[in-house]
Design a protein around this ligand. Sequence first.
Ligand code: FCB
Length: 446
Amino acid sequence: MTHDFPSDFVWGAAASAYQIEGAAYEDGRGESIWDRFCSTPGKVRAGDTGDVACDFYHRYREDIALMRELGLEAFRFSIAWPRVLPSATRPVNEAGLDFYDRLVDALLEARIRPFVNLFHWDLPQELEDAGGWPERRTAEAFAAYAETVGDRLGDRVKDWITHNEPFCTSWLGYGLGAHAPGRTSVKDALAAAHHALLGHGWAVEALRRTAPGAEIGIVIDPWPIHPATDSPEDVTAAYAEDGIRNRWFFDAVLRGAYPEDVLERFTDDAPPVHDGDLATMSTPLDFVGVNNYSRRTVRADGRGGVIEVRAADGELTNMDWEVYPAGMHESLVRMHREYGVDSLYVTENGAAFADVRGHDGQVHDVERIAYLDGYLGAIAAAVAEGVPVRGYFVWSLLDNFEWSLGYSKRFGLVYVDYPTLERIPKDSFHWYRELIAASRAAALAS
Ligand code: FCB
């Protein structure tokens, strides 16, 4: 239960706009692709929407009080792009920016470092109507949006993230149809990924101008892809899948090149690369954020693809994700050794379990505590081996809207009773609080 971390290690929690804010129709917010997706029958479990979510938009002060109780040092949240720029033809929505202004000030007042993420999947619907991420002009719009937010918050926010998990933006949204906007085209997915990363590069430039001295990074989500057996077929298939899922993104951002084997596989659907794009995408960063929850185990399907295999003895969370702390260790080591990243944060990690309130009104989430403890042990082991991990953000502070699974998956350290929106700290909240306090005490004593 006690793991060693550097004395300046940052303890945080993460969340995103659409998953917690609610207030979907207030103060001039425009429609996002997630509003549209949620209102399309059959897309989101039980017809759930982010209309109210955790009502963080109105309750953020109460939630910051919880963060203080927890001893949180940093809070990673995202800005809802359609709150700031509801439409390409209308001016900046000052009321939307004002909300983030108040939020940043309230966090700073509570001595909690805001880690501001510009894009966590809620693209303005109007931009989707004009073609969405597969279009280059969406990357241009993203750069302008970054500039607007940087202008307003850059004097106070010192830690910025451009994109959260560009794999999900592109493949889940445009390739596999599981997320908004729900398209199923490989060509669109690869073009979307290209423009998301291009927009990332331009946004870094915009933030360097508008938030001088700030640290800027991107959040990627390495999922180790392991072969089910060591047969050459399975090993080759796992490597190919790793190319699509992981190397495509890591190589573009960290090496300025797409992996040859993946390009060859997708020659008919190749992304529209202009001269200089890859240099823009691989502009130097101050840190890379790693979101890791689990791994995938696969075998060759005999047709160039893979079939998912359930790991024999792995425990599963309520997402059906295998509990596999070694995958966190592997991902961090990979970023550092293979890709030369010398500044990392774990920007998301956590677990959904079927939490219930007991007779005492409390939530005794022992499985979550065990999960977090195992993963923190894996992170501490990486740190001990010289991997430069600077902080950890648990996903998530509150139970929230889990995308196409709606409110059915609870990841929070705080239970949210959705009908009343009451917040009930779970046992894991108290556990994390003690861990942060102990780590801080150890740092002071050293
Ligand atoms: C990540 C997302 C985050 C949340 C967790 C469970 O992929 O970034 O919004 O849904 O998974």
